[in-house]
Design a protein around this ligand. Structure first.
Ligand code: ZN
Length: 125
């Protein structure tokens, strides 16, 4: 079952439909997916960017719970345009979940596996 499906509501219509398809596939296989992020405000992106910079400065990147993932600067995240969403599954299923999202047309970045975005999204904003 999907947790946080409502977080997809701010995505662009076609992106939301593709993301919902992914969640439906997971539902079909009985895999629990938690949607952790959809569209973000610029303020929220700035908060994540500042946190990421603090993680890099302190050397905590990849070492603490709030320093697990990179963030783009405010104004330069697909999340701010409703063109990306983040989700997690049981770590053992993450390779499968990456493949499902790729089948739906998303680009999943190796260093940020929860993140799925429209390939080449900058050309659309
Ligand atoms: Zn993301």
């Amino acid at each position: 079952m999907a947790v946080g499906r409502a977080r997809l509501s701010g995505l662009e219509q076609d992106v939301r439909a593709a993301a919902n398809w992914c969640l439906d596939v997971a539902d079909h296989y009985g895999v629990t997916v938690t949607v952790v992020s959809g569209r973000r405000s610029t303020d929220e992106q700035r908060r994540l960017w500042n946190n990421y910079q603090n993680c890099l400065r302190s050397g905590n990147m990849g070492r603490t719970a709030n320093c697990k993932y990179p963030a783009n600067p405010p104004g330069d995240s697909a999340h701010e345009y409703g063109l990306a969403w983040d989700s997690v599954v049981d770590p053992s299923l993450m390779p499968w979940w990456k493949r499902i999202r790729e089948l739906a047309g998303f680009h999943v970045i190796a260093g940020d596996l929860p993140h799925a975005e429209v390939p080449g999204w900058r050309q659309y904003v």
